[in-house]
Design a protein around this ligand. Structure first.
Ligand code: GLY
Length: 347
């Protein structure tokens, strides 16, 4: 088992280890301490893992109930939040009780948000069951739901009390979702470590890779919990990627779109003269190894139209993450009027 200790406004452990889901009860008993939990999941994950989670909690002498909502981005809404809040109130949950998010990024973001507002804030445990949520959203305390077609428009910063990741749960992921998560893993290599990228190209142990990604994220959020500086580097590939997701009407899932977005960021950096051309090959070799797309083939106009509404646009300026080389990136802030030439360079 691997452990990373995250010290931000609160301190908590992220544990990664095969078989940990069956130890959920004893781990929350030892690390969180509350006696009563509501395990929140979606209707994809609950049929596979809910009974194991509840059994483990009961074996540790803890009271537990469960709440399951429909899976998918279209249920990442305030209506879903209201449904959970109503349920907790009916079950007489109090501030000495806690929630457990069992699932991928949507379950984690929704449960984290509910935790942050129910009775002005209760504790929650994150149990990510996808690569994507294990390496990114389960750590760092961003919570939220979508509003009016815009992603994560309503949210809070609310840190979990424990993160427990069992990589054996990835075995039931569809291969496309596993690859999607690997795009975020590759993102850490492109951002912070060429060496880590080299290891991903050879044989690797999933438990170690997840723990190392959590360690990269720990360093970033320890420096910038509220996302006002260095944490924005984690958006590598996301500004172009969100446009790709939008134009394709989610034909490309998040990780695939981020993969395409990262290639675009590298191409733009090469054309802007801030990154040597050979660095893009390291990225494309990794994306290819994990079956991720390198391009979507969208036109400059389609990309520009989709990017106009990107929420990172602030008062006519846009912030992009660009590489200096594979393993080192920086924030490139520019005027929106420069966007057409950047998009042209990126295609
Ligand atoms: N997903 C990016 C972040 O946590 O800041």
């Amino acid at each position: 088992m691997r452990e990373v200790i995250i010290s931000v406004s609160v301190t908590y452990r992220a544990l990664t280890g095969n078989g940990l889901l069956s130890e959920l009860g004893e781990r929350v008993f030892g690390n969180v301490g509350n006696r009563r939990y509501c395990v929140i999941s979606d209707d994809n994950v609950a049929p596979i893992y809910m009974s194991r989670a509840l059994e483990s909690l009961s074996k540790a002498g803890l009271d537990a109930c469960s709440y399951v909502f429909p899976s998918g981005e279209k249920h990442k809404t305030l209506e879903t939040v209201a449904g959970i809040l109503d349920f907790l109130a009916k079950e007489h949950f109090t501030r000495s009780d806690a929630l457990i998010a069992l699932g991928g990024g949507i379950v984690g973001d929704v449960t984290g948000f509910v935790s942050s507002v129910y009775q002005r804030g209760i504790r929650f445990v994150s149990v990510p069951t996808t690569v994507l949520s294990a390496v990114d959203s389960s750590v760092g305390g961003k919570t939220g739901v979508n509003l009016g077609g815009l992603k994560n428009q309503v949210g809070t910063f609310w840190q979990p009390s424990l993160v427990l990741c069992d990589p054996e749960t990835f075995r039931t992921l569809p291969s496309e979702q596993f690859a999607s998560g690997m795009a975020e893993v590759i993102k850490y290599a492109a951002l912070f470590s060429e060496k880590f990228g080299d290891r991903l190209l050879s044989d690797f142990n999933t438990e170690d890779v997840i723990a190392e990604c959590i360690e990269f994220k720990r360093r970033v959020v320890s420096e910038d919990e509220r996302d006002t500086g260095v944490r924005q580097l984690l958006n590598l590939g996301h500004t172009f990627g969100h446009a790709v997701e939008k134009i394709s009407d989610n034909y490309y899932c998040h990780g695939q779109a981020v993969a395409i977005g990262m290639v675009m960021a590298f191409k733009a950096a090469v054309k802007l003269g801030v990154c040597p051309a050979g660095e893009t090959e390291k990225l494309t070799a990794l994306l290819t190894k994990f079956g991720l797309p390198l391009t979507a083939g969208f036109s400059e106009k389609e990309m520009l139209d989709a990017m106009q509404s990107d929420k990172k646009r602030l008062g006519g300026r846009i912030s992009l993450v660009l590489p200096r080389r594979f393993g080192e990136c920086f924030l490139y802030e520019t005027d929106m009027s420069q966007l057409p030439s950047i998009v042209a360079a990126a295609l």
